[in-house]
Write a protein that binds this ligand. Structure first.
Ligand SMILES: [Zn+2]
Length: 69
């Protein structure tokens, strides 16, 4: 008997659809279109979450203004 374990996933970034063979929670998959890495956070239903790489890129260039008075 043929076991169908392919699930259709959609990239959270570019919305490209691709199949994941035997998805497992915690597995990292990458989008064939844009290469974004996503972690499988849920299988049924299939949910993906973009993997955020810990880069030293603190781009919080928001100017702190003292308006709290
Ligand atoms: Zn993508």
């Amino acid at each position: 008997m043929k076991k169908e374990t392919l699930l259709m996933a959609a990239c959270v970034e570019c919305e490209a659809e691709f199949d994941i063979d035997e998805p497992e929670v915690g597995e990292i998959v990458s989008c064939p279109e844009c290469g974004l890495e996503m972690e499988i956070v849920s299988v049924r239903p299939l949910e993906l979450e973009a993997v955020v790489e810990e880069e030293e890129e603190e781009e919080e260039a928001e100017e702190e203004e003292d308006w709290n008075e």
